[in-house]
Design a protein. Sequence first.
Length: 299
Amino acid sequence: MTGSGPLMRPAEPVTWPEGREMAAAFTFDVDAESVALVADPSSASRMSVMTHQAYGPLTGVPRLLRMLDRVGVRSTFFVPGYTAVRHPGIVRDIVAAGHEIAHHGWLHEPLAGVGPEEEAAILDRGLATLEDVAGVRPVGYRAPMWELTWASPGLLADRGFLYDSSLMDADRPYELPAGEGRSLVEIPIHWGLDDWEQYCFVPGLSESTPIETPAKATESWRAEYDAMREDGGCFVLTGHPFLSGRPGRAAALERLIRDIVADRHTWVASLGEIATHVRSLRLPPRSVTRPDPAEWSAG
Ligand SMILES: [Zn+2]
């Protein structure tokens, strides 16, 4: 072994409020037009594609807000800054309905290969826009495409964020070191608990095929949920209003949420509430280290 970084170890067990055995959160990423524009700016000239994406804030979010009100769940909505500029009314409606607004980039920029200065500028532009439009200073962050950089934890801590939800190496939240003795609560996610891979079909941009039925999508999510209690995990489902806001999908999601809300073993909360709880546990930070070429190169 020549690795110089601290060895990684599994996440600590987490105790949940009210004697519950696990936690669950239902989150939505309001990507809207931004995710298409950042992938290909000429998407702006494709009227139908723009309406496919605008369905999220225009039609999906109102339906999901009504559904969340019926089931009595407080959710977390990750909003790119540009979504807030283009659809300010619906972003204010999300706040008025009592849900959490969190940071999701400016134009949903994928951060692979992006330097810290540019990443910091994106974070600041998103923060300023959410404060301006929605009147909130978010404490939570989710990297677009869940693509965190090794610089992200420090940049987020510099800006006072409490938590991130973009990493994939655990089933339960943990304290992620963020430099200078600071840490972020990390609430892990996974592609298998995302509606994108199930439902997203946009010619030339994202072509998941076949478009799955709501029954199949929710069956897959339910299987993860059912098995997570044994490890005291945190089930985090990620939906996109332009996808899961469609009628049949929203109805199936409502059935899943109703069943989980009725499960006495589970604490259902927003990610902000979960992060606040985890922070109160004062868990020892666990390192997530970057592989060092010296560890794998020959000689
Ligand atoms: Zn997104």
